[in-house]
Design a protein around this ligand. Sequence first.
Ligand code: NAD
Length: 506
Amino acid sequence: MNYSSLYAALGLDGEDLTSGDLVVRSPVDGAEMARVRRHDPADLDAAVNRAETAFLEWRSAPAPVRGQLIRLFGEELRSHKEPLGRLVTVECGKILQESLGEVQEMIDICEFAVGLSRQLYGLTIASERPGHRMMETWHPLGPIGVISAFNFPVAVWAWNFAVAVVCGDSVVWKPSELTPVSALACKALFKRALCRFAEDCGGPAPDALLEVTIGGRDIGELLIDDRRLKLISATGSCAMGRAVAPRIAARFGRSLLELGGNNAMIVAPSADLELAVKAILFAAVGATGQRCTTLRRLIVHEDIYAALTARLKAAYDGIRIGDPLESGVLAGPLINASAFQSMEAALGKAASEGGAVFGGGRAMKDRYPNAYYVKPALVEMPKQTGAMKEETFAPILYIMKYREMDQAIALNNDVPQGLSSSIFTNDVREAEIFMSAEGSDCGIANVNIGPSGAEIGGAFGGEKETGGGRESGSDAWKNYMRRATNTINYSADLPLAQGVEFDITY
Ligand code: NAD
């Protein structure tokens, strides 16, 4: 594949993509698509310095003016949606429709952030003292660090970046070492927005509002330990979260963790099976099982189990696997050989625990000897055992039966992760119980839609080993600001709170 026209369409400099020491391979065919420069500790230190200087200037710009920069960035994303979507597909392997959806999500969060730039409200609070007023004020937090995963190479960063910039922060971004080119493309598009901002909005904004640092775990570790970065928003596996959380806590930094999921769907007897099958396919097979919200466990009422599994097997047989840029293809490749080996190992483990495997195994090996296409797998399990409690980042859907709803909810919750969940039912009691305090323990609990494909308006994230962070919409902006409580005395006295007397005569 010739990448140069794609890179040129995104304003990427060819020199930056050919002279580095980090080889980037496309999962589509395993071919080399770029060589980018790995950053070293001195580069990171300089980047954080620049971001800190940028923050000191940007924090004083009025928030609605900050919003104008993100409006312009959103416009650049809109006019480059197609090439950026293509690049995401080429670099991480998801089908073009999903990559275009990912870029649309970036545009959506920019629009949300522009509106937010006029709504960073604090409270006014009744004071117990006469002639006093209390209020909360929200201030920019500081330069922040963003670490992102390969499977959403641009959208998850944009959730953080768009909101952080309107909140008055600067961002140092370490993308996944598997997808650095998409990050460099975002930086190039943001530069265009900066140029337009300087022309249209009465003066320049600091270039270093976005710094991109390229590298693996080594650069990530330096980032999380850097006291100048007031918040670290880290997206990735639970193993990554387990390593980074205590280090950030040790320096009293703030962390926002978006970690692995192990998402389930309950299908009740009253469910519309036609809808359920469509939702299951999108959630379990979409992005080739490489979404944090991928459906991994299906909990089906015993009365409809045989009918639903038969329909699913027929549907799985019809899934078109292949080049993710070709229209009609529903499943592209896994990211690399190691992902394929994890899938094989998980299927072996499930079989040894009594699972009956349908599908699985490598596909299109002759056409793509250096890429890892797989047949999505369904595994009927006698009960929820070891293999099912781990997140294997591949298209494996475990299926099991239930008899009573409380048993199904217990199965939904009986895994270490707590990201997303859903129920298909037309019984209003079941739906409400599933969303109640006694129901799903996940950050996302859906009814009659699958667990994946979230919109930006809600707060996104999960409980337990998913890390507890919330980003994107709702009030997630509060992560990126610091709160001051102000008490103002406009009286001629100095009464103390709680009626305390402390008279001084002098
Ligand atoms: P990963 O954990 O291998 O890497 C994620 C990022 O963390 C990369 O940039 C990596 O370089 C960095 N990193 C790894 N170890 C680190 C360390 N000790 N210190 C600092 N940085 C470190 O994850 P991945 O394979 O790129 O992505 C898949 C995982 O991400 C899955 O578990 C998926 O569920 C999760 N994910 C979660 C969400 C969410 O919002 N909850 C979204 C996307 C992906």
